[in-house]
Each structure stands twice: as C-alpha cells, then as structure tokens.
Design a protein around this ligand. Structure first.
Ligand code: GAP
Length: 453
C-alpha cells in the first residue's frame, strides 16, 4: 500500500536523514530543502539511473554540465524576461500573497476573504549581481531551467562531437524559481534539480519523436518503481502551453497531496535555436521569435543534400529530480503488520536506488574477531563499486533490521560465530524477511545479481 500521507514521508525523511528543512536552526528558508546522508545517495542514484538511460545506453546523446549563472541576454531572447510569470494576487484583508490559479472559489487561501487584488504577472526568475559594482546593468540570472544553457552550447557540442540530427544533449542540474507559494514538501520548491534532454530533430519528424520520448520516459519511471497506473498522461491544453511549445504532454503522478506534474515532454519546435541564432533572416524559422541582435552563432545544421542551413526542432523531456525522489519515496513506503502483531515500516526501493546496498552486521558488538571479519566483508563488498555498503555495529540485530527496512537497504548480512567455523553468513531479504545461509565467497555475486541487471 502506498504512503497514506505526506506527513509520514516527511517524518521518515527527517527521522532517518533523507531530507531536512534548510537552515532550520535559524528558522529555515521557505521552499528550500537539504538532502541528508541518505537523501544524497537516493538522489544521486536516481540521477545516475537517468544518465545511464539517457546518455550511456545511447549513441545519439551527449552530456553537458553548464553554469547556473546566466547572461541576461539568454533569458531575454528565450522569452523568460517577458513571459516566465505566474499570476499573483494579494489579499487586502490578511495581506497574504498567492497564485491566482491556486485560489479555490476565488477566495483567499489563508482567511477565506474575497477582497483580493486583480491578478498581475510576477516574474519567477532570481536575479543576482555580477562583479564588484552592483548597478542596474550588472545583473545576471540564476537559470530557471537547465535547458537554455543547452541551447546556447548547441554549436559547441555539434562542432566538438560532429553530431548530426537526430541527436540530443542531456543535462542534470539546479534550477531556481521564486515560486509565489512553495509547498507540499519537496514538490514545489524555489531551488530544485532538473534532468533535461533537448533532442534535436528534423522538422516534420518532430511529432513522431515526441511520441517516442513520451513512451521512453514512462518506461523509465516504471523501471524506477513508479506504478504505471499512477501516471496519467495530460495533453496540456493549447491556452496553457508555455510560450515555446507547440504541444506538451505532462506525466501526472498521484502524489500524496494530489495528482500533479512529475515530468513534462514538450515539442519546442525551432523556437529555442531560432531565438538564439544570428542571421535569423537567412534561416527558415517557423516559430515567432524575437529579432536577435546579439548572438554571434548560427544555431543550425547544414543539410548534406540541399546544402541549406536548417534550424532543428527540439523535443524536450524535462523531469524534476526532487519530484522524482518524492514519487519514489511515496511508491516504496509501506507499513506492514507482521505475524507477531508488530508493525514495521519498509521502504521497498528498487535496489539500484537504495541509499545503502547492504548492511554488514556483527552479531556481537564487542567481539573483535567477529567485528574484524565483518569489516573485511564490508570492505570487499564496497570495493565492487556498486554503491554504499555499511558496517552496522550496534549489537542489536532486531533494531538493525528495522532500521535498514525503513531506509530501504535490500539485504542485511549477519556475521555470527558459525561464520568463523564454516565461512557462511546469514543474508536477510528486506522485502520477504527471509533468511538464508550463504557462503562468504558467494556474497560478491549475490550483490552483483541484485544490482547489475
Ligand atoms: N525546460 C522545461 C521546463 O523547465 P517545467 O514544466 O517548467 O519545464 C520541468 O519544469 C520539470 O521541473 C517539472 O515537470 C517538475 O518536475 C520540475 N519543476 C518545475 N518547477 C519546480 C519546482 N518549483 N519545484 C520542484 N520541481 C519543479
């Protein structure tokens, strides 16, 4: 059964060290979170899995890690300065501010008043100053999406890799949005990470590629443990499309607080490369772009047959890392009543996502022979490079099992006195709780089989 409430997830995350409110000792910072010792592993594992699927397993995608600080011209020509806004209203009675499109029955979400201002556009981008002089011209932006830095690097990547379309550039990294009302834990935050692919295709082939990527992305989420039945495909209505999009499909997931967007897959046409290109008048750009007087690069590909320069279309699967983490926690969280009447919490994560892959537990905390042997086993398993393996030397096997169930460790390996005699250990499976004796020499294969699929 999935998590019943966001509170259960928030509580587990804090208790076990997955996610903390940032700067909590100073009262926090709204809409910003920190990933703790287990959260950083889970998040990294999710990103690694995306990178493996989007870059390593393909020969038509290259990676990129571009800067967060962004030249204001990029976000001028991308349309963000003019259109990256949410509608803001003020409540004249309680002075709270909120998004007009989040109101229920046109009433203030805080006091229920209908005495509200007219909605006005509020730009979500964070500005900062560059250099020692802070004046009106010295500002830059923190990128609101990773995508723009991919477009501005298009020529660099093409020139250095000799790629021809169809091909993609993938990037994972931070994005920043001054959300009017951050809420629902890590669902809507002001600092978050995105996993974005910009896939460049020939005009006319864009709709087929759009369908292809929708299918690919749903399959990937299912491989991460997300129940396909909890993903809804939303065809974003024309009037709600972003300024760059011809068509967008949102993958909507049943989060604990409601069905909301997990990932968007957009057909961005030739808008982005067309917007950032020089000599636009010589290119057959379909999208309605701002006249670019500043770019020094032609962002187009030469057609080998016609020798014409063509601006590729872009299909963009864009997923939120934090929303992915939330969906995966929600999917894997279980509370079970055992045969003995006791309850246990289990995080039934896919092993490749588990923060800790195996816990090695000496049966006796103070027995140096057993502890040393356990440490040796831990070190050997760690060297396989399959992820984190820990030595859990609390001396309380039951408590260790409960902890590792709760944090999603797929197996616990207990070292006892028999181990010293016959070189076997007890391996306990998180999900079935079954225990079996395994030869120490077979542990490597056991862990590999669990993780390398
Ligand atoms: N480049 C396209 C783009 O940024 P988006 O729909 O605005 O499109 C893509 O964002 C994904 O980024 C969303 O599907 C969501 O998973 C994540 N995302 C967007 N805003 C977010 C926020 N404030 N907090 C957490 N994740 C967010």
């Amino acid at each position: 059964m999935p998590a019943q409430s966001m509170e259960q997830l928030v509580s587990l995350c804090k208790r076990r060290g997955f996610i903390f409110q940032t700067n909590e000792i100073y009262g926090g910072l709204q809409g910003v979170y920190d990933y703790g010792p287990l959260g950083v592993e889970l998040k990294e594992n999710l990103k690694r899995s995306w990178w493996a699927a989007m870059v390593y397993s393909r020969d038509d995608v290259e990676g990129l890690d571009a800067s967060i600080l962004t030249n204001k011209k990029v976000l001028k020509y991308s349309g963000h300065e003019d259109t990256f806004t949410d509608p803001l209203v003020d409540c004249k009675d309680c002075n709270n501010r909120m998004r007009a499109d989040h109101l229920k029955d046109s009433k203030c979400l805080h006091c229920g008043s209908t005495n509200l201002t007219e909605p006005r556009p509020f730009n979500l981008m964070f500005k900062t100053n560059i250099g020692p002089v802070a004046d009106d011209e010295s500002y830059a932006y923190l990128r609101p999406e990773t995508a723009q830095q991919i477009f501005t690097n298009f020529k660099n990547v093409v020139d250095s890799t000799s790629k021809s379309i169809p091909f993609g550039i993938a990037q994972i990294g931070k994005a920043f949005r001054n959300e009017i009302t951050p809420r629902n834990f890590i669902f809507r935050v002001r600092e978050f990470e995105q996993m974005e692919l910009e896939f460049f295709v020939k005009k006319g082939e864009d709709e087929d590629w759009h369908k292809y990527w929708i299918e690919e992305r749903i399959n990937w989420w299912v491989q991460q443990g997300v129940n396909k039945e909890k993903i809804e495909i939303l065809n974003v209505p024309q009037e709600e499309l972003s300024h760059y999009s011809k068509a967008t499909i949102d993958l909507m997931y049943e989060f604990p607080h409601g069905v909301e967007e997990l990932e968007g897959i957009a057909n961005r046409t030739d808008f982005d490369l067309g917007s950032h290109s020089k000599n636009q008048q010589d290119l057959d750009i379909e999208a309605d772009v701002l006249k670019n007087k500043d770019s020094n690069a032609r962002l187009a590909i030469q057609n080998i047959d016609s020798k014409e320069w063509e601006v590729p279309y872009v299909i963009e699967p864009s997923a939120g890392v934090d929303r992915g983490v939330l969906a995966i926690l929600n999917e894997s969280y279980k509370e079970e009543t055992l045969e003995n009447g006791k309850n246990r919490v289990v995080l039934a994560l896919k092993p490749h996502l588990s923060p800790i892959k195996a816990a090695v537990i000496p049966i006796k905390k103070n027995d140096s022979t057993i502890v040393d042997f356990s440490k040796q086993i831990k070190d050997n398993l760690q060297k396989l490079g399959l992820g984190r393996v820990v030595l859990e030397n609390t001396g309380n096997i039951g408590k260790s099992y409960r902890k590792h169930d709760e944090i999603g460790t797929p197996i616990c390996i207990t070292i006892d006195f028999d181990t010293l005699e016959d070189s076997t250990v007890t391996v306990r499976d998180r999900d079935s709780m079954e225990q079996k004796r395994v030869k120490v020499e077979n542990l490597d294969d056991l862990l590999k089989n669990l993780l390398v699929k």
